[in-house]
Structure formats: C-alpha cells, structure tokens
Design a protein around this ligand. Sequence first.
Ligand SMILES: [Zn+2]
Length: 227
Amino acid sequence: MLIRLLLLVAFLQVEGVKIYTEEELLGKINPTSHSDFSLVPSEFCSRSGIYLRSEVLDKFIVLRQLAEEEGIKLIIVSGTRSFNHQKDIWDRKWTKPKYMGWEKIEKAKDILTYSSMPGTSRHHWGTDFDLNSLENNYFDSGEGKKVYDFMERCGGEHGFKQVYTSKDGGRTGYEEEKWHWSYMPVSSVMLNQYNELVCISDIRGFDGSEVADSINVIGVFVNGIAE
Ligand SMILES: [Zn+2]
C-alpha cells in the first residue's frame, strides 16, 4: 500500500498534478484559515461565511457575471463544509424521532437520500456548491428554470457540472440535485486521489459510521456521479 502510494505521488508530481492530503479529502480542514480557500463575497451568497477553493471562486465569478448580463442571479446557498459541519448535519438527522426503532442501516440509507456521511461529501473539497434553492421543483419554472437552463448552457465551458443528475441512466447514490454544481477540473482530480488514499476504515468518528462498509458508501455514493 505504502509503495503504491509513493509511486502515485511521484507520478503525480512528474505530471504537475496537485497532491491533496487525506485531511483535505475527508474535510478535516478549516477553510477559514486554509491558504487555498477564499471567502465568497456576501453579495454572491444567501448568507455570509461561505468559502470555496480560490480557483473555483475565480471561475464562479466569471460565470456569475455572464449570468448577470442575462438578468439571471446565481446565489450560492452552501459551499465548503468541514467534516465537523457535515457531522452536525448528520447527527441532527441521525437523532430524529422519526427513526425510533429503525435498523441502523435503514436509517443511514434514508439519510443518504440527499445528505452525505461525514468524510464522504464533495462539499469537503471546496469545489462544489449549491445554487439558489435546495428544492428540485424550484428549477422547473420561472427564475429557477432560468438559472438551471443557464448553468446547463454555459456551466460546462467554464468547468462546472451537475454531478447528481437523474438516476434514470443507472447512476447510483444520492437522488437528483439540480442545485449542486461541481468544478470538475479540480474535483475530478480530488475524486481520483480520494479513491487512491481513502479506505472505508477512514470513514469513522460519528454515529452510524459502523454501517458505512455494508452500504459501500465510497463505491455507491462518493463515486455515484454523472459520467
Ligand atoms: Zn450540495
């Protein structure tokens, strides 16, 4: 394992690919003090205190300007989330009274409809963000449809992609999220490195982590993205 890892690191360095740490891939960082992250200006967000990787924010600013020229407002409602932030979300759902008496595995699968286990979220990476609304039907008409159509038409050429698409094509994992966009030039590198560096035994430190292996959370969810 160690030799494989050292070979991979050597290969990536020769290729000039940035190497991410296991902590970065698992969200065990603080974006407010990490030199690769920037605070998103509050006028781009629904609330203050949202961070993205600086290169992702730079591209988003270009895209947002283009949208604005068409009278469309792109508003970030969530960006980078640390492991602890995701753990708060997970724990809040895990302890909901509606799950009283549920088997752990069924409870975890139900939460995983839309929410990630801590350590497995793309929001840890600073490459992904949620736009405008967390309801798919918002994007079916009116302002929401304009936002979605704009992102479909112009997002790709700037590196942005909807990763949680309809599951009709056989994609596994989370349900469709029309609000979640990823900056692929960075996130695809991070996903490759995640698959090399992170094992299921690294997904721990929260209630419910004991079923991560049975659910195959890395195979089915972390890798359950659009082709
Ligand atoms: Zn999201």
